[in-house]
Design a protein around this ligand. Structure first.
Ligand code: OMP
Length: 216
């Protein structure tokens, strides 16, 4: 497993962002694990996470001009990633959206750098069925931007439905014609759990969940 994957999974465990038990997802599926990016709740934690995102983006050789964080969870993630790139000598424009349109002041739902005519990297927390990411793609298209890639911390690698056995990441990548890059996926989590004594008890439930909902 590449270094940024292991580093990310260890950071997520340490921050309690990765939890094990019984969690009902947005899709209604009951999962033995849950990733809560909101637990990256300090400057140091976000900086560590952003370095993992940047390593994954660089490894995938994505070409882009601006980073975009979908509200709400994508906003600190995209911001931290832009700061990480500044530390690496690249000053990237940054934008995000509001969930509620503003009808006074500057108005609108987009904040930050303009997207029109630019190649946009979408930065989000997790992809399960792809609903949140598809929404972000619509916002970028409406603003005249071109999506150049999508990066998430965790790809849960789950089938969209029994009929479509691709993962949401695979389906979105095919629809949008751009790479969907994850710092780590369920397969990495399984490998990580197998080699970690404190996670040994969760390995079997994770395997059972993958057998039921994992993509081909
Ligand atoms: P999709 O829109 O189905 O891709 O799911 C992404 C969203 O699910 C995230 O933005 C979260 O609201 C939520 N989620 C997590 O945050 N962590 C998980 O491990 C799983 C989910 C989920 O509900 O699928």
């Amino acid at each position: 497993m590449s270094d940024h994957r292991t580093r990310f999974l260890q950071l997520a465990l340490d921050a309690d962002a990765l939890r094990f038990g019984e969690f009902t997802l947005k899709s209604g599926r009951v999962s033995p694990y849950f990733f809560n990016a909101g637990r990256f709740d300090s400057g140091a934690r976000l900086a560590g996470l952003a370095a993992c995102y940047a390593d994954a983006v660089d490894a995938a050789r994505l070409q882009f001009d601006v980073v975009f964080g979908p509200a709400y969870k994508g906003i600190p993630l995209a911001t931290a990633l832009a700061c990480e790139y500044a530390g690496r000598g690249r000053d990237l424009p940054l934008a995000f959206n509001r969930k509620e349109a503003k009808d006074h002041g500057e108005g609108g739902t987009l904040v930050g750098a303009p997207l029109a005519g630019r190649r946009v990297l979408v930065v989000d927390d997790v992809i399960t069925a792809g609903t949140a990411i598809r929404e972000a793609l619509g916002i970028i298209a409406a603003a005249g931007g071109t999506v150049a890639g999508i990066v998430v911390a965790l790809d849960r690698q789950e089938i969209a439905s029994e009929q479509d056995r691709r993962s949401a990441a695979q389906a979105v990548a095919a629809e949008a014609g751009v790479p969907v890059v994850a710092v780590a996926g369920l397969a990495d989590l399984l490998a990580f759990a197998a080699g970690n004594d404190t996670l040994a008890a969760y390995h079997a439930p994770l395997l059972a969940y993958r057998a039921r909902y994992g993509c081909d």
